[in-house]
Design a protein. Structure first.
Length: 316
């Protein structure tokens, strides 16, 4: 995938949903809030409200069809701008995506699980795994682009189900996708097994054979980040970085964790401040990590555009 906010976001463990996965029978939905219907019933709404109690069902549902989660609140003005856009685009996709709406004021456990420091915040669930998408009210065209990329990511992970839409004609059968090149297949298998070094090696070999392989470039950047954050304690990393503001390794570690958690601006700001404070001959590792993360998030992403402009001004 290229120029995608999802390259950096599709990271296991970015959101802690473990406490919400195995809940007992869900509580009744609030009046007027459509609850998810059983899979295969044909009655599942495309847009529905979800609560702390019913979220376990949504996690399981995401194993069959990608679910977009809209975290909002009644008092939030930008939420009222974004939510209708999300509903419109999801409806137009005719069952390929679902939209689960979370009132963060009424559902504090979900707010905490998604680490929603600001709203609106939009996250996806693919195969039970969280995929941070974006925060704030964004234009409809950007929403469409991100959702297209989300569908590609879901397909790569085998989540290709749809929800029947009343009155819609049966979808034409899609042509079978060609098999992955051997090295890409090896990398995917390694990622599924949690063997990130082997995945890195496979992507690096693919790039040796074809330096212009954009999928391998994107895959290498993503899996390299996964390898760096695997097993890292977030709180300990933040404490180490706070205690040593000029420690390049400590600041790089927190920046990686921020990107993995969807806090892209925080990561860029941290590294740019560090870059500005360091002597010229010590800046290269920070610059290289910034460039790598720019490619991971996507060159067209406005956060990358802003950060790249600031980096350029610091270089010259």
């Amino acid at each position: 995938m290229s120029d995608s906010t999802l390259n950096a976001a599709a990271l296991r463990g970015a959101v802690d949903l473990s406490a919400l996965r195995n809940r007992s029978a869900p509580a009744p939905a609030a009046a007027g809030a459509p609850a998810p219907a059983p899979a295969g019933s044909g009655a599942l709404p495309l847009v529905f409200d979800v609560t702390d109690a019913t979220f376990g069902e949504v996690l399981e549902l995401s194993r069959r069809v990608p679910v977009v989660v809209d975290l909002w609140a009644e008092w939030c003005g930008p939420c009222k701008q974004l939510s209708p856009v999300l509903e419109k685009v999801v409806t137009e996709l005719a069952g390929r995506l679902l939209l689960a709406k979370v009132d963060v004021d009424a559902n504090p456990q979900l707010q905490q699980a998604f680490r929603a420091q600001s709203i609106p915040m939009v996250v996806a669930l693919v195969g039970g795994q969280p995929v941070p998408l974006f925060t704030g009210a964004v234009p409809e065209e950007q929403v469409r682009q991100v959702f297209d990329q989300l569908l590609q990511l879901a397909a790569q992970n085998g989540v290709t189900g749809t929800v029947p839409v009343e009155g819609a004609a049966p979808a034409a059968e899609e042509p079978e996708e060609p098999p992955l090149p051997p090295l890409h297949a090896e990398a995917f298998a390694a990622i599924e097994a949690g063997d990130y070094p082997r995945a890195v090696s496979a992507y690096e070999q693919a790039l040796k054979e074809n330096p212009r392989d954009e999928d391998a470039q994107a895959g290498l950047a993503q899996v390299s980040l996964l390898a760096r954050v695997q097993g890292v304690d977030l709180q300990a990393a933040r404490q180490a970085a706070a205690a040593a503001p000029a420690d390049v390794a400590a600041q790089l570690a927190v920046a990686d964790l921020d990107v993995a958690g969807g806090h892209v601006d925080d990561a860029f700001d941290r590294l740019l401040e560090l870059f500005a404070a360091l002597p010229t001959d010590e800046r290269a590792p920070v610059r290289d990590r910034l460039v790598e993360l720019f490619g991971l998030v996507g060159a067209a992403d406005p956060r990358v555009v802003r950060a790249r402009g600031r980096l350029t001004s610091l270089l010259f």
